[in-house]
Design a protein around this ligand. Structure first.
Ligand code: PMV
Length: 321
């Protein structure tokens, strides 16, 4: 039997622009986790009791999520030197990461599966290998993922991510306290990403200007994080939210929670992930955390989470191989 778990994630700056090559910063949410247990079976089966789902390969449902799960299982088995025929497996999934809220639930589940399969087959997969395998299932789910989700989840560290470049673990001069508020509205990353693409085809100059602005904010945020300037980081997150609004990926529910967090004393707040629903993230000083959390609940957040992000143990940013 093999077991694997993986964290959720929040994007602090740079979503959407990251798809077009701009830098982004993402952090793991280590208290929100997906878990997979893998054992030998006569027939392959994937069970997600929380979601009331049982998937059998023969009667494979044709939705994207199921295809991505089977694909993840197959590529993980292949990476460990087996085939679906030589290794018919039973996978049981459980996850605390809410689905379709921009917190990386699909990525966390895929990563947990890869780890559980590797454990079961007694093969060591390092985070870079896991990240690469999970990226393939992200392609099935989202079409054109940047790769930021699989990277931050597989490494479970705060990352500086530029598509096509080697990601870096960010050194944090001080720990970050974040509060995440869930609008309860499903966020469709695929739809949001294709909406941005369509807008960019219509208004290339305007959208490219917004993305360049977001990229600039990410660079400034990198400096702020390095120097422990959380007040500045908060301001940059606020500016990032305004640019995401201009990109039309926010929604009234997100804007309401973002405003509530700021009014309750958050250092900064913005939507996180694909948008059009899903979650917002606020950066808070520890003494304001409880106040921000209750303000979000009072303004209708379906769920509120808090997390502490710690950085690279070394004295500087370090490249991930
Ligand atoms: O999967 P989500 O909703 O966390 O969004 C990922 C971030 C995007 O930049 C919107 C898409 C991507 O592939 O980077």
């Amino acid at each position: 039997m093999g077991q694997g778990s993986a964290c959720g994630k929040a994007i602090l700056l740079g979503e959407h622009a990251v798809v077009y090559g701009r830098p982004a910063i993402a952090v793991p949410l280590s208290d929100l986790r997906a878990h997979a247990t893998v054992s030998d079976a006569r027939e392959p089966i994937i069970e997600a009791p929380d979601l009331g789902r049982i998937l059998r390969r023969g009667s494979r449902a044709s939705d994207n999520d199921s295809r991505a799960l089977w694909h993840m299982l197959d590529v993980a088995v292949a990476a460990c030197g087996g085939t679906p025929k030589s290794h018919p497996l039973r996978v049981v999934l459980r996850s605390d990461v809410p689905v379709a809220r921009g917190l990386g639930s699909g990525t966390a589940i895929a990563t947990a599966i890869a780890r559980a399969v590797a454990g079961h087959m007694q093969v060591k997969l390092d985070p870079a290998e896991v990240s690469e395998l999970v990226f393939e299932s992200e392609v099935l789910l989202h079409g054109t993922p940047s790769g930021i989700d699989n990277t931050v989840v597989a490494w479970e560290r705060p990352v500086w991510f530029v598509k096509g470049a080697r990601p870096e673990v960010l050194f944090l001069a001080t720990r970050l306290e974040v509060v995440v508020g869930d609008t309860g509205v499903l966020s469709g990353t695929r739809e949001a990403v294709s909406g941005v693409r369509a807008a960019r085809e219509r208004e290339t100059e305007r959208l490219d200007g917004i993305m360049a602005g977001i990229g600039g904010l990410a660079w400034e945020a990198r400096g702020a994080i390095l120097h422990g300037d959380l007040a500045k980081l908060g301001v940059l997150m606020n500016r990032n939210h305004s640019l995401l609004q201009e990109m039309a990926v926010s929604c009234p529910e997100l804007d309401r929670l973002v405003a509530a967090a700021r009014d309750a004393g958050a250092l900064g707040a913005k939507l996180s992930g694909g948008g059009l629903g899903g979650c917002m993230v606020a950066l808070v000083a520890p003494e304001r955390r409880a106040k921000v959390m209750s303000a979000l609940r009072a303004k209708g957040a379906r769920q509120v989470y808090c997390s502490t992000v710690v950085g690279s143990p070394s004295g500087g940013n370090s490249a991930l191989c």
